[in-house]
Design a protein around this ligand. Structure first.
Ligand code: URA
Length: 437
């Protein structure tokens, strides 16, 4: 088969056959297809989309392009549940939710992604913890999940390798925002991870890949239906991504906020709502509680009692991070040499979260090219939420930069991304829908 014929099939708007999809996935996994052909097909799919059946074939081919984990033989004694986000700005939910769910009795083998487009990646954030091994061998991954209840890792060489390569190429070729491609990318990893249940966080808004409620719903339904046909029971929450989630954006800064949350020091209300709602859905889906309210109470208890923080500390140490990380996080995390406030006057009425994500890339905290090394220390902290009154005593945010020139650019980018007015706008719900299939 000639790969140019596969590209031409999709370019001309026809459906790809099973053989064509398998040929593509094999070529991704064994690196025999060059990046220019992969990106060309990605763009053709982006423009002409895929049917439900094509997306299902792409999902299962990518899921079985490497090892598929089987937790049954581990005798875990609890449900194997995970959540996955479609990607946002300041989205550090995984670092909170995985240990909370583990403290509630779930087993969470979380295989996360790197930064994609303007959105940050959990794997990159995890690697900002000194010593943290985000690509352990399966033996260690299994042991950490079994002993502690959760392990957050990135895609290893063996797990859905076809998606790992496709993801990296999509990241830099403007081909991310496609319902079938996002569906296949997420579910390939989740099916390979051997889950019993999945909760999806479908981000909606100017910082999400889906900017309208209709598109967010379309993606949620596509994921639920495709997962169902792979016997992976999935619920989806549509959550607001029209501003930074929490108060930080940037790898080490987001880890810092996560620890402060787990230590019950700072729990930004929107972040808190997203974390507890998603986590309660995991506890409910996993059959640990029978209604959402009790599930949420159980999650809240896991945070306030410090049990979730303890799970996080044990997971981090087991994966090579510092043993005193939760107690002494500030001593371990990278810090930027330049930290300066950005000032605006008035009530913050809107934040273009995508522009904030892109501003982080400009600072060196996200990638412009495949494989680029990141500066973990840079980003934004103390980011005001929409509705906050800003002025000399309350800046919009603090910029953390490698040098003054970068900080100048970031200041301009943030000022362009945010608007103020005389009064607070109508507030959007943080969780707009729960879809259960
Ligand atoms: N997350 C993924 O894992 N893949 C996508 O394509 C988008 C978000």
């Amino acid at each position: 088969m000639l790969f140019t014929d596969v590209i031409r099939t999709k370019r001309d708007g026809s459906a790809l056959s099973r053989e064509q999809i398998e040929f593509f996935v094999d070529g991704l996994a064994d690196n025999s297809l060059p990046a220019e052909q992969v990106s060309s097909l990605a763009m053709a799919i982006f423009l002409n989309s895929m049917s439900f059946d094509e997306a299902g074939l792409l999902t299962s081919a990518m899921a079985s392009s490497g090892t598929v984990l089987d937790w049954k033989k581990e005798g875990l004694g609890g449900p194997v549940v995970d959540k996955h986000s479609t990607g946002g700005v300041g989205d550090k939910v995984s670092f909170l939710l995985a240990p909370i769910a583990a403290a509630c009795g779930c087993f969470v083998p979380m295989i996360s992604g790197r930064g994609l487009g303007h959105t940050g990646g959990t794997t990159d954030k995890a690697e900002s913890i000194p010593g943290y091994n985000a690509t352990p061998d399966f033996g260690l991954f299994r042991k950490v999940v079994k002993d502690i209840g959760c392990a957050i890792i990135g895609q290893t060489e063996d797990l859905a390798p076809a998606d790992r390569r496709f993801y990296a190429i999509r990241d830099v070729t403007g081909t991310v925002e496609s319902v079938p491609l996002i569906t296949a990318s997420i579910l390939a990893k989740k099916i390979a991870a051997g889950l019993d249940y999945l909760v999806m966080d479908i981000k909606l808004g100017n910082g999400a890949f889906m900017e309208s409620p209709e598109r967010a719903r379309e993606l949620a339904n596509s994921i639920i239906k495709t997962a169902d046909s792979a016997r992976l029971k999935t619920h989806a929450l549509i959550t607001d991504m029209n501003e930074v989630l929490g108060t930080t954006v940037g790898n080490a800064l987001e880890i810092r906020e996560s620890i402060q949350y787990l230590r019950n020091e700072v729990r930004e209300p929107r972040l808190d709502d997203v974390v507890l709602s998603l986590c309660a859905e995991m506890v409910l889906l996993g059959g640990i509680e029978s209604d959402r309210e009790s599930a949420r109470r159980r999650c809240e208890e896991a945070v306030s009692s410090g049990k979730a923080a303890e799970k996080f500390a044990r997971m981090t140490a087991a994966l090579g991070g510092p043993i005193d990380f939760v107690d002494n996080y500030d001593a371990h995390l990278a810090k930027a040499p330049v930290i300066r406030p950005v000032h605006l006057d008035g009530v913050l009425t809107s934040v273009n979260a995508r522009a904030v994500g892109n501003a982080l890339i400009e600072l060196g905290g996200g990638r412009k090219k495949v494989g680029e090394k990141l500066n973990f220390a840079v980003g934004f902290s103390d980011f005001a939420s929409v509705g906050s009154a800003l002025g000399q005593d309350r800046p919009l945010a603090l910029i953390h930069a490698a040098n003054d020139a970068d900080a100048d650019i970031a200041t301009r980018n943030l000022l362009n991304a945010c608007e103020t007015g005389a009064s607070s706008p109508e507030m959007r719900p943080v969780i707009s829908e729960i879809l259960t299939g």
